[in-house]
Design a protein around this ligand. Structure first.
Ligand code: SAM
Length: 267
């Protein structure tokens, strides 16, 4: 790493907002911004802007993960209260908050006709693993989740432990280090546009390399600000372009807040 890049990474990781963020992603974005900007200060600023776009913008406030875990522990033995705790926590990340109105049907409807799911990869998961109680998976299913925030993945690991789930949450920039696990299904929920904001080739590369029989790929049906702005049509076209030339069988599901495609990979 050059001195310049090291200095930039130090500066960005000192801000409370990015203290726990994957250093790999910081370096990837930082190196490009250093090459494109005139001054170090500008490069630090534009690196933070990009990190905000792809990660920071989803948090309205910093999450107290100790308190979140304590609430999960307190309600663990009461299924109704536990689900409510999960819902409350899912609301702390804008992307999973958008799924709350459709949470009761989202996984149930999409996964209804699949053979029992024994293993899941959740790419750029956010807080989505907390939707575990709504996922119709085999009882002993394994779950591999990845995101760029170390404090969040540590919390998700504690969540798996609390539930006795055979799960592993890893801090990982999936642009640079693709998941290597094999799974029945990969959840790629509202993630592809986000990865493409950093690297235009990232989505196609991810899809080419994931080792899963089924892919669940989704897109937001409205912007973070709530406007629809023709997003369904745009993302339908985005998906069609990715699917073109691939041996995929596809089913489309349109929900109020999310457009989803269930893909079965052909032999
Ligand atoms: C739109 S949110 C989707 C969250 C989640 N998949 C869901 O079900 O709603 C995008 C997520 O991608 C994560 N992310 C962004 N860039 C990433 C990268 N390079 N590697 C891994 N995760 C990334 C962000 O932290 C954020 O949680």
């Amino acid at each position: 790493m050059t001195d310049e890049l090291e200095k930039l990474v130090m500066a960005v990781s000192q801000s409370a907002k990015y203290r726990h963020l994957s250093l790999d992603l910081m370096r990837r974005i930082g190196a490009r911004e250093l090459a494109a900007r005139r001054t170090h200060k500008e490069a630090v600023k534009s690196t933070k802007n990009k990190l905000h776009q792809v990660g920071g913008a989803y948090f309205a406030a910093r999450i107290d993960y100790d308190e979140a875990l304590a609430r999960l522990q307190q309600t663990r033995d009461d299924p109704v209260a536990f689900r409510q705790t999960c819902r409350d926590l899912l609301a702390l990340h804008a992307s999973t908050r958008e799924r709350l109105p459709i949470l009761d049907s989202f996984y149930r409807d999409i996964l209804a006709d699949l053979p029992p799911i024994q293993s899941v990869i959740d790419v750029a998961c956010g807080l989505n693993p907390l939707a575990w109680p709504w996922m119709p998976l085999a009882d002993d299913a394994s779950y591999h989740a990845y995101d760029i925030y170390g404090d969040m993945t540590a919390f998700l690991q504690d969540f798996f432990k609390l539930l006795g789930v055979n799960g592993r949450a890893q801090t990982r920039d999936v642009i640079g280090r693709l998941p290597v696990e094999t799974a029945d299904i990969a959840f790629i929920l509202k993630t592809l546009p986000c990865l493409e904001q950093v690297d235009k080739t990232a989505a196609a590369r991810l899809l080419d390399n994931l080792d899963a029989r089924y892919l669940l790929i989704s897109y937001p049906a409205r912007s973070l600000g709530g406007r629809r702005k023709g997003m369904v049509a745009n993302y339908t076209a985005h998906f069609a372009k990715l699917a073109d030339g691939r041996n995929w069988r596809v089913r489309r599901f349109e929900f109020e807040t999310e457009l989803a495609f269930l893909v079965e990979i052909g032999d």
